[in-house]
Design a protein around this ligand. Structure first.
Ligand code: 2BA
Length: 107
């Protein structure tokens, strides 16, 4: 079994959630914040059998898109952003970690 940890843009989170659950995946959605832009995003925890990992990733991929975002003013967030010197930044899509699950206990 694997645990997918998927960080998804808030604008896509509703579709990702709806499609995952309608495909039969069990999902927990957590409100999260990106450390760089300090915008809200959504983190999904999805426990899946190994043979369904690719299917879950496809559902996320098909329902999330890369977008260009204007950098917010420095004073509204993390000053580490100064170093990039960019006005526009590309934001996922989704960032997905696939973790091995040692034990799954569902009581
Ligand atoms: P944020 O940390 O707010 O990052 C938003 C976007 O800013 C990133 O898009 C990337 O294009 C850029 N960025 C992030 N950190 C940067 C840095 N240190 N220097 C220059 N540019 C930087 P994405 O890569 O698509 O990431 C979207 C969100 O996914 C992130 O929001 C963060 O919440 C999460 N994320 C991405 N990679 C991660 C990782 N390796 N570990 C944990 N969370 C990650």
């Amino acid at each position: 079994m694997k645990l997918l940890l998927a960080i998804v843009n808030n604008d896509d989170a509703h579709y990702v959630n709806t499609c995952l659950t309608s495909e039969g995946f069990h999902v927990t959605k957590i409100s999260s914040t990106g450390g760089f832009l300090m915008n809200g995003n959504s983190t999904f925890l999805i426990g899946v059998e190994d043979e369904n990992v690719e299917k879950a990733i496809d559902v996320i991929k098909n329902n999330s898109q890369k977008r260009q975002m204007n950098m917010p003013p420095i004073e509204q967030g993390n000053s580490a952003r100064i170093a990039t010197g960019k006005n526009v930044i590309s934001v996922g899509g989704a960032t997905i970690f696939v973790l091995n699950v040692e034990q799954y206990i569902h009581l």
